[in-house]
Design a protein around this ligand. Structure first.
Ligand code: FAD
Length: 323
C-alpha cells in the first residue's frame, strides 16, 4: 500500500538538524512508493526546503508565521495540524528529539491516532512495516506493527541512515496558512547552557567523563580529544552531581540518550542508569583504572589505566593520523 507521509524538518539556529534527513529516509520506507512531503514550521524557513528535497522529499510544505519563531507546543501543534488538514497524510515522522518528544504526543492526541516513539530501526517484513524500539532503558527491544490509522513514528537520531544527498533533486516548495491563536507560552529569550560545537544527541563521536575526571579542569583533556576527533563531550551524572560540568551534558536514563559511532567513556564506572543512555553506541571504548569496572562489560575495547595518561596519548596519536 502506498502512503502519503509528512516528515517534520527540525530547524535549530537557522539550520536543519541531521535527524530531519534521517526522518525522510524513514518516511520513504513508510510511504512504500508513495509521496514524502517535508514540513517546515517557523518564521522564515522556506529557504531550507531545498535541502529536504535533496535528501529525498518529493515536495515541501511550509508554514511561516512570526509566532513560530521560537518553538512552543501550542504554536507548532496548531501549525502542524493545519498541514495535516491540508494534506490528509497516512504517515507522519518526527525526530525523537526534545522538540519531537514534546510535539508528537500532542499531534497524535489531536488526531486520535497512536504513536510509536524512539524508533531505532524500521523494515518491511512479511507484508508489514516493523518498527524496532528500545524498552526497559535499552535492555531489550520490542518490535511493533501498526494495524490501524495513521502510521506515526518518532525516530532516534543516528540510527536510521539518511539517503545520499542529491543536489539534482528538485520539487515544489509550497505553503499552508495556519491560524495560530491562544498561545499560552510566550518565549522572551533563549539562554543556551549547552556547550557550543557539536550537538551531543547527534554527535558521531562522544568523549564522556565521569567522576574519575575529578574536577572541572579534568574535562580539559577530554575536550582536546573531542576537538581532534570532531566530537562532543558528554558526562555521567556522577560528574554532573560533583559540579565538574553542566547537567546539559548528562548521558543516561535521566539524561540524554545517544547513539554515536564511537563512545569513549573516561573514568565512568558503568552504572545501569548510565548504560541506559549509551549502550547502543556502535563502538564503545572504556578507560578506567579499575579492571572490574562494570563499563568494561559493554565495551568493545577496554583500556585499564589512568585517564590522565591515556587520553592525552590518544589525542597525540589521533593528531598524527590527521596530519
Ligand atoms: P563512579 O561510579 O564514582 O565511577 C567513577 C569511576 O572512575 C570508577 O569506576 C573509577 O575506577 C574510575 N576512575 C577514578 N579515577 C580514574 C582515573 N584517574 N582514570 C581512570 N578511571 C578512574 N547516572 C548517569 O550517568 N546518567 C543518568 O542518567 C543517571 N540517572 C540516574 C537515575 C536514578 C534514578 C539514579 C538512582 C541514578 C542515576 N544515575 C545516573 C547515577 C548512577 O547510578 C551512578 O551513580 C553514576 O552513573 C556514577 O557516575 P560515575 O560512573 O561517573 O561515578
Amino acid at each position: 500500500m502506498t502512503r502519503k507521509v509528512l516528515v517534520l524538518g527540525e530547524v535549530r539556529d537557522g539550520s536543519l538538524r541531521n535527524v530531519s534527513f534521517e526522518a525522510i529516509a524513514a518516511g520513504k520506507t513508510i510511504a512504500e512508493g508513495g509521496e514524502v512531503v517535508g514540513v517546515l514550521l517557523g518564521d522564515s524557513v522556506s529557504a531550507l526546503g531545498e535541502q529536504l528535497l535533496h535528501y529525498g522529499a518529493d515536495r515541501v510544505v511550509v508554514v511561516e508565521d512570526e509566532k513560530l519563531k521560537q518553538y512552543t507546543s501550542d504554536g507548532f501543534s496548531q501549525a502542524f495540524q493545519a498541514v495535516v488538514d491540508a494534506e490528509s497524510p497516512e504517515g507522519i515522522v518526527f525526530g525523537h528529539t526534545a522538540l519531537g518528544k514534546d510535539l508528537s504526543p500532542r499531534v497524535a492526541g489531536k488526531l486520535g491516532t497512536g504513536l510509536v516513539s524512539d524508533v531505532t530501526a524500521l523494515e518491511e517484513a512479511g507484508g508489514n512495516l516493523v518498527f524496532t524500539r528500545p524498552i526497559y532503558s535499552g535492555k531489550a527491544f520490542e518490535k511493533k506493527i501498526i494495524t490501524d490509522g495513521i502510521i506515526f513514528a518518532t525516530i532516534r537520531p543516528n540510527n536510521i541512515p539518511a539517503l545520499e544527498k542529491d543536489e539534482s533533486r528538485s520539487g515544489e516548495v509550497g505553503s499552508v496558512t495556519a491560524e495560530i491563536k491562544d498561545l499560552r507560552t510566550i518565549i522572551k529569550d533563549v539562554v543556551r547552557k549547552a556547550s557550543e560545537g557539536v550537538d551531543l544527541s547527534e554527535a558521531k563521536v562522544i568523549i564522556a567523563g565521569g567522576r574519575g575526571v575529578k574536577s572541572e579542569d579534568g574535562f580539559e583533556p577530554l575536550k582536546e580529544l573531542a576537538n581532534v576527533l570532531g566530537g562532543a563531550v558528554g558526562a555521567s551524572r556522577g560528574a554532573c552531581d560533583a559540579d565538574y560540568c553542566d547537567y546539559s551534558l548528562q548521558i543516561g536514563q535521566t539524561g540524554k540518550v545517544v547513539t554515536p559511532d564511537l563512545y569513549i567513556a573516561c573514568g565512568i564506572s558503568g552504572a545501569i542508569q548510565h548504560l541506559a543512555g549509551m549502550s547502543n553506541s556502535k563502538v564503545i571504548v572504556a578507560i578506567n583504572k579499575d579492571p572490574e569496572a562494570n563499563i568494561f562489560k559493554v565495551a568493545d575495547y577496554g583500556i585499564v589505566g589512568d585517564l590522565f595518561e591515556v587520553v592525552p596519548m590518544l589525542t597525540e596519536e589521533f593528531k598524527k593520523l590527521k596530519v
